[in-house]
Write a new protein. Sequence first.
Length: 130
Amino acid sequence: MRLLYLDETEAPAVTERTAQLPLRDGETCTRCGAPEVAFTGTGCDLRQAVSVTPAAGEPAVLTTVTAVQTVPEREEGRRPSLVMRRLAADETLWDAAKQYRTDEELIRAVNQLTEGEVPDKMLLIPRMRP
């Protein structure tokens, strides 16, 4: 920035200051409008608004819900209140809990599983009663 002004003797004077803004590869910086000058008792403040455009990053894949379908309730009929089964290779405890309309924490408690433990044995899956 270059600032032209009158000194104490009313003689024209000039001062120049440069400020560096560190940018990463691909980022750009542009000035927004004219600089603002505010005179103080012993000098002046010079401010310049800038706009920094970040570098384009890697595209991210976001998993989102795009549709929901309501499934009607099934007839209750006679169903077992306790099921024994093993999880499939790509199945989670949550998948089994959802299938049998029970709670993942309840399955963990009944089978003495710790949080994050992947069971490789037959599981007791208690059903919640309505």
